[in-house]
Design a protein around this ligand. Structure first.
Ligand SMILES: [Zn+2]
Length: 332
C-alpha cells in the first residue's frame, strides 16, 4: 500500500474564489528544526468546469514560466474563468530559490523524479504529491520549461508521439492552441522519470514548452508565455475569448530521430557559427570548440547531421565533453 504524502496544502483546493497558500513539506534541518519547505500555490475556482494545472520551475532556473505564472497567480480572477486553475509557479521550489536546475537539498532533478516517493527525498516527495494529488484533478496540464542556464531555445510548445492516437491528437491541438512561434513534436533522450511521461501515461492532455533559456528571460519570451497560457485556458474552455495566434503564425517542427542532437566531444571555448532560428543544411558548420590551454591548435568543428532549423544551442561560453551543443529540428 502506498504511504500518505507528508505534504499538506495550506489552502482548500476545491472551493470557489482565489486562494493563495503553500504546499507545506516538513523538512527538519540545521537552520530550522521542525521547519518546512513552503511551495507557493494558487487555486482560482469559479463553479463547475474543467481544471487546468499550470506548472513552472520544474527546473529552478527556467524563468519564462516562473515569471508568467507568478504574474498570473496575482492577476487571474474567478470572474475570468469557469472551472478551476491550479497554479504552481515554482514546482521545485528549493531549486528556484537556489537559481539552479536541480535542488540544492538533495541534488534532485524534479523532472527525472516522477512518479516520486512519499518517503523519499524532498524532490521525490514533491513529485509524489504533484502526481498523486494534483494531476488527478486536472483535465489539462501545462508545464512551462526553457533552457535554463546552459541551453537556449527558439520558443516552442511541444507534444510527444503517444501510443494512444486520440490522446496524441488532444495534446497536439492544445500545443497548437498555445500559439508559440514554433510547435515541436519532441523526441526525449531520457523520458524515464519525466513529469511529461507520467502525466501522459495518466491519459491527460499535456503540453510542455521550451521558451528560451540562458538563465534569464526577455520581454518577448514572457509575452509568448503569457499569451500561450491564456490561449490554453481558452482552448480548455476555462476562459472565454479568442485564441490569439503568434504574429507570424506557428511553424511546425519535428525531431524524427537522434540525428537532431549534436553532443560536444570536446572541452573548451565555444564559438557558435550559426544562431538560433537559422536554417542549416546537412554538413554546414555550426560550431567550433577551441583548446583553452594554448593558441595555435586547430579548433574542433561541428557540422549539422541533417537539414533543419537550429532550435537549441549550448548557452555558456565554455563547453564540456558530453554537453548538448545544439539541436537541429526538421521543419514540416
Ligand atoms: Zn526544464
Amino acid at each position: 500500500m502506498t504511504k500518505p504524502s507528508p505534504i499538506s496544502p495550506t489552502i482548500p483546493l476545491d472551493q470557489d474564489g482565489v486562494h493563495h497558500g503553500f504546499l507545506k513539506l516538513p523538512y527538519s534541518r540545521d537552520d530550522s528544526a521542525w521547519g518546512a519547505v513552503m511551495i507557493p500555490i494558487t487555486v482560482i475556482q469559479n463553479g463547475d468546469g474543467p481544471t487546468a494545472l499550470l506548472t513552472g520551475g520544474n527546473h529552478g532556473d527556467e524563468y519564462e514560466g516562473l515569471v508568467s505564472l507568478f504574474k498570473l497567480a496575482g492577476s487571474l480572477q474567478p470572474s475570468n474563468i469557469t472551472g478551476r486553475v491550479i497554479i504552481l509557479p515554482a514546482m521545485n521550489y528549493p531549486a528556484f530559490r537556489n537559481a539552479s536546475r536541480t535542488s540544492p537539498i538533495d541534488a534532485g532533478n524534479l523532472n527525472r523524479s516522477f512518479p516520486g516517493k512519499p518517503d523519499g527525498t524532498v524532490t521525490q516527495k514533491i513529485a509524489d504529491y504533484v502526481f498523486r494529488h494534483l494531476v488527478p484533478m486536472a483535465d489539462i496540464v501545462l508545464d512551462i520549461h526553457s533552457g535554463g542556464k546552459t541551453l537556449d531555445f527558439i520558443p516552442f510548445a511541444a507534444a510527444h508521439v503517444l501510443p494512444d492516437k486520440e490522446q496524441e491528437a488532444r495534446c497536439v491541438a492544445a500545443m497548437k492552441a498555445f500559439g508559440a512561434p514554433y510547435a515541436m513534436m519532441m523526441l526525449e533522450l531520457d523520458a524515464v522519470g519525466m513529469f511529461d511521461t507520467v502525466v501522459e501515461e495518466a491519459g491527460k492532455t499535456f503540453v510542455t514548452t521550451e521558451l528560451g533559456g540562458g538563465g534569464s528571460t526577455t520581454a518577448e519570451r514572457v509575452a509568448i508565455a503569457d499569451r500561450g497560457v491564456r490561449n490554453l485556458l481558452i482552448h480548455a474552455g476555462i476562459m472565454t475569448g479568442d485564441i490569439e495566434p503568434a504574429p507570424s503564425g506557428t511553424t511546425m517542427l519535428d525531431m524524427p530521430d537522434d540525428s537532431c542532437f549534436v553532443a560536444s566531444e570536446a572541452t573548451g571555448l565555444f564559438e557558435p557559427c550559426v544562431d538560433l532560428g537559422a536554417m542549416v543544411k546537412k554538413g554546414d558548420l555550426i560550431a567550433r570548440i577551441y583548446d583553452v590551454e594554448r593558441t595555435g591548435t586547430p579548433p574542433r568543428e561541428y557540422h549539422a547531421a541533417r537539414d533543419g532549423i537550429l532550435s537549441c544551442r549550448h548557452f555558456p561560453g565554455l563547453i564540456k565533453t558530453g554537453d548538448c551543443l545544439a539541436v537541429i529540428a526538421k521543419v514540416l
